[in-house]
Design a protein around this ligand. Structure first.
Ligand SMILES: Nc1nc2c(c(=O)[nH]1)N[C@H]1C(S)=C(S)[C@@H](COP(=O)(O)O)O[C@H]1N2
Ligand SMILES: [Mo]
Length: 532
């Protein structure tokens, strides 16, 4: 049937509203099926996985903790542009619009079903969203096209030969004869309201509330092995210097999850299998009944650049990984623990490191509270001395005991080293790069780390002069960072301050600059300041 043609902006609006409805309905359905089934997130996740490592590093460096918001924003902008185009195409032939919607739905379904933890029902939200969008698109276009234009109203009305056989008649102003702006706008408003309500409901169902409530209800057992008290002298309390304990809300976050997995501790289990004598499956209650160890451990990301922010120190509480693994009985030849998170991320951790007596934990708490959801609730791994990408699996649910020559973890085929011991580093926190300070006596201070060996010395030099020993703060053990400070009399002018640390085995960090890929950045942190 021929319709009165509507203006392009009206088509674009109908397309946008239909696209919004697709997302709202998909979000509602994903609330029932699972967050990974929301196509925008799946497309974003797939983008993350398909992005070449250098681009990903660039994104982490440029957008920092906002990299995910930027990515989801980008997906939404592209979606909006395509939806508007589909609307414009649909003005003359709805079948063109339907073809566009189908193509887009196919991409969504493909992205959803290729996620590591996907199941067939995960395609449902995308299919439902696209079906509703198709219906809404045809409804809106019909509404906008208005009532058939009576033949008499048409210029040179030709009686029997008039509509519907005739092509759409355009007036001089380019507005379709039958275009009904009012009905389009009321329809669009209705569509937006339905889309918003569906999205909100979807979030409600999404399980966030349930998991937040479960987390609030967790009663943490007292540690069987408490941490050594943090010495009073661990924190120099210098303005601008990172506190010895990083508060949870300030702790850096790095992961591949666009939507944080919502894992209800009542449903959580940890399965240990592979090269073991007896596979083990633990519930959260089982884990809390084990003797728990408390430990202060500094976590670092391999993508942290020299002087960068992806390092933090917290007090963790958890079951010793070695205890749990001994229950399963490690077979000889096993050298890798391939851990998997609820959202399919994997880590490969060397068995010998986990079993050598250090505080490698299945952690349930961070700084005295149940793990924040962003940091792996209900259970994550923490292994002193290893970068997070090879050790610190959040939302961990599965451990396959295996070999490095049989299995690869998430980041290995993406250009990162299979093993990732943390490199000794030091950072200047005060003054900050670019600061202007009054000439005269001042304090330079920062943090240094050499996890599981410990920091034995920190030296500072100004303008390439003599290295001078910094004062070291106290530490509870070798697994945390160590604060340091040094006095300096700043003369007027520009200055470059550099720092270097030496570990307890006498190894001084290298001044050779290396990028973070494939196994951690090296080089000295330097800041330029001006004194006047
Ligand atoms: N499930 C999951 N766990 C993960 C990651 C991830 O992408 N997914 N990233 C790892 C990396 S690279 C780091 S540096 C640490 C960061 O832990 P945080 O976010 O609690 O600081 O988590 C590790 N655990
Ligand atoms: Mo990391």
């Amino acid at each position: 049937m021929q319709r009165n043609e509507i203006p392009a902006w009206a088509g674009a609006l109908a397309g946008l509203v239909s696209g919004g409805l697709a997302l709202g309905i998909a979000q509602l359905a994903a609330g029932l099926v699972g967050p990974g089934a929301f196509p925008v997130v799946a497309v974003g996740d797939a983008t993350v996985d398909l992005t070449p490592a250098p681009v990903k590093d660039f994104a982490i460096r440029t957008f920092g903790e906002n990299d995910k918001a930027v990515l989801v924003g980008g997906v939404l902008v592209v979606l909006a542009a395509v939806a508007a185009l589909i609307g414009v195409w649909s003005r003359r032939r709805l079948s063109h619009g339907f073809a566009g919607l189908t193509a887009f739905g196919a991409i969504g379904v493909l992205a959803v079903l290729t996620r590591p933890d996907a199941a067939l029902p995960d395609a449902l939200p995308t299919v439902a969203g696209v079906a509703v969008a198709a219906w809404a698109l045809s409804w809106l276009v019909r509404r906008a096209a208005g009532a058939p234009v009576p033949a008499e109203a048409r210029e040179g009305g030709e009686g029997a030969k008039a509509w519907p056989e005739r092509p759409a008649v355009m007036r001089a102003g380019g507005v379709a004869a039958g275009f009904d702006r009012r009905r389009l706008l009321t329809g669009a408003a209705g569509g937006v309201a339905v889309a918003g309500a569906a999205a909100l409901l979807g979030r409600q169902f999404g399980g966030r509330q349930a998991v937040d409530a479960a987390r609030a209800g967790v009663r943490l057992p007292a540690p069987a092995t408490p941490a050594r008290p943090i010495p009073a002298g661990a924190d120099l309390r210098i303005g601008g210097l990172s506190p010895f304990v990083t508060p949870n809300r300030d702790f850096y976050r790095v992961d591949t999850a666009l939507v944080v997995p919502q894992v209800d501790p009542r449903d959580w289990t940890l399965r240990i299998h592979g090269l073991v004598d007896r596979p083990v499956e633990l519930t959260y209650a089982d884990l809390l009944k084990l003797p728990l160890t408390e430990a202060d451990v500094t976590l670092t990301c391999v993508s942290n650049e020299v002087g960068g922010p992806y390092v933090g120190n917290a007090r963790w509480l958890g079951a010793r990984m070695a205890d749990v693994l001994r229950r399963a009985g490690l077979r000889s030849g096993a050298d890798m623990l391939l851990s998997t998170s609820a959202d399919g991320f994997t880590c490969g951790t060397p068995v010998d490191v986990v079993m050598d007596g250090r505080d490698a934990l299945f952690a349930v708490a961070m700084n005295g509270e149940a793990l924040p959801v962003d940091h792996g609730f209900p259970v994550r791994q923490v292994v002193p001395g290893l970068y997070g990408y090879v050790s610190a699996t959040k939302w961990v649910v599965d451990i396959k005991v295996t070999r490095f020559d049989t299995d690869q973890a998430y980041w290995t085929p993406r250009g990162w080293s299979a093993k990732g011991p943390i490199k000794t580093q030091s950072r200047i926190d005060v003054p900050k790069a670019g600061d202007s300070l009054p000439a005269g006596a001042t304090t330079i201070a920062g943090v240094a780390w050499a996890q599981h060996t410990g920091v034995a010395a920190v030296e500072v030099r100004v303008d390439g002069g003599q290295w001078r020993q910094a004062r070291l703060a106290e530490v509870p053990g070798p697994d945390t960072w160590r604060q340091w400070s040094i006095d300096w009399t700043a003369t007027p002018g520009e200055h470059t301050i550099e720092v270097r640390a030496t570990d307890a085995a006498g190894r001084t960090q290298t001044d050779r600059q290396a990028p973070s890929a494939p196994d951690g950045a090296t080089g000295l942190h330097a800041v330029k300041v001006r004194a006047a």
